[in-house]
Design a protein around this ligand. Structure first.
Ligand code: MG
Length: 436
């Protein structure tokens, strides 16, 4: 364990929604929901104004509409989020060479590798405050919550304690005081199933968990999970900040308008996705050892199943075979019985070299679908939220579309809230706007 609070966890607040509010002045201070906003979509991010109404990430958009119908429902603009992400990571990498990205808007930073006079609480607090100010400045006003602690585990908890716009430092030595009263759910890897098992054993808080022997925990939740819980309940976490974790996976996934229940059909979808993943690996000269399938069930439970090969592959056939086998396990376990709304395949544990293919020659027979596959749900041409430009009115964003009409609000991050106009969907004066 470290003697200093030198692990920083930074997490932008309501990231996608905050970028939308920055770029769409009329939405500032208002409920905004970003996600797949068609009939079967899922909420990616809700602004804090929408959270007041109970809207949460991973909830169905239908439910979000029922809770907060007056929110702006927008499709994500990943290019805009990616640009902000690059700006923020630029600041972090200037601070320390050890930055571990967790997602576009979240990272660990090892301050012990930064060029600082010391790592005392006052110093690291000052640094975190400066970083938050820099983030706000380069991103045009976005707020980040930051946690500082002696480990990744505690730093991540800390950044969440005073969200949004928070800065929490957990002084070394006080980790357990913070942790003990918390629900076991605060521990990474403790999801609904583990929580339920622990609850039945009378274990609710981390303090309860701390009383349980490692043998008993292993009996309750299995060997690796049990040992892990035993350590984390004592705030023992010596995982390093790992900068090389960046972009080490290639994956493809699709959401479907109708729940999938047919196993051959799903196998063929996975096979097609495996072909796409393999093509991308080859294009980038990559190969990977771990094959993962992602399955989102009708009730939004998301299941990931992985298997690791002895050596890396970039072969569609090998990836598809393993993906189908993993799906088979879910079928056997009865997990897919209620229907599947999203399927995906990914390859991680990437190496930037190609090893000889352990599975021999790749065959085509695996990768040619012979069933008519359903089309994944698509976003409309004029998707709510997208950037557009009009010959006379200039830049704006799609407020909504339907019945041959698209409605646009003309405003950008640099203008005040602007006027709304409607056009025919095929009006040649109106075009999608893409930054060159
Ligand atoms: Mg965030």
């Amino acid at each position: 364990m470290r003697a200093h609070a030198s692990v920083m966890h930074l997490d932008l607040d309501a990231f996608y929604a905050s970028v939308e509010q920055r770029d769409k002045p009329s939405l500032r201070g208002k409920p905004v929901v970003v996600g797949g906003i068609s009939g079967r979509g899922v909420v990616s991010t809700a602004s804090y104004e929408a959270r007041v109404f109970g809207v949460r990430s991973a909830m169905s958009t239908r439910e979000a509409r029922a809770l907060c119908g007056h929110a702006a429902f927008l499709y994500p603009r990943f290019h805009a989020y990616k640009k902000v992400s690059e700006q923020v990571f630029g600041i972090l990498r200037e601070l320390s060479p050890l930055v571990e990205p967790l997602s576009l808007d979240e990272a660990f930073v090892d301050l012990a590798a930064a060029d600082l006079p010391d790592l005392e609480v006052d110093t690291v607090t000052e640094i975190a405050a400066r970083i938050r100010a820099e983030v706000a400045e380069v991103t045009g006003g976005l707020s980040a919550s930051v946690g500082l602690a002696s480990s990744k585990f505690i730093a991540k908890i800390a950044s969440d304690l005073d969200k949004p716009d928070g800065l929490v430092v957990v002084s070394p030595g006080t980790e357990l005081d913070l942790l003990r009263p918390m629900n076991v759910k605060v521990i990474p890897g403790v999801g609904p199933a583990t929580t339920e098992r622990l609850r039945r054993a009378g274990i609710h808080t981390v303090a309860d968990l701390e009383q349980v022997s490692v043998e008993e925990l292993v009996r309750l939740v299995g060997r690796s999970h049990g040992t892990n819980l035993h350590q984390l309940a004592r705030a023992q976490d010596d995982r390093r900040v790992e900068p090389e974790r960046e972009t080490k996976s290639v994956s493809v996934e699709s959401t479907y308008d109708t729940d999938l229940t047919d196993r051959p059909l799903m196998e063929q979808i996975l096979t097609r996705q495996a072909t796409e993943v393999a093509a991308r690996l080859k294009k980038n000269g990559l190969s990977g050892r771990t094959i993962t399938i992602k399955v989102r069930l009708y009730d939004f439970t998301t299941i990931n199943r992985s298997a690791t090969l002895a050596g890396p592959t970039d072969q569609a056939g090998a990836i598809a075979r393993l993906a189908r086998a993993l799906l088979g396990e879910l079928f056997t376990a009865g997990e897919t019985a209620g229907g599947v709304r999203l399927l995906g395949v990914g390859v991680s544990g990437l190496a930037d070299w190609i090893q000889e293919d352990l599975f021999g020659d790749d065959t085509d027979e695996d990768t040619e679908p012979d069933l008519p596959l359903p089309e994944p749900a698509r976003r409309p041409t004029w998707a709510a939220g997208m950037d557009v430009v009009h010959a006379e009115m200039g830049r704006g964003w799609v407020w909504g579309s339907g019945r041959g009409v698209v409605t646009v609000r003309f405003e950008t991050a640099e203008t005040p809230a602007g006027p709304v106009r409607s056009y025919a969907v095929d009006d040649p004066d109106l075009q999608p706007f893409t930054e060159s």
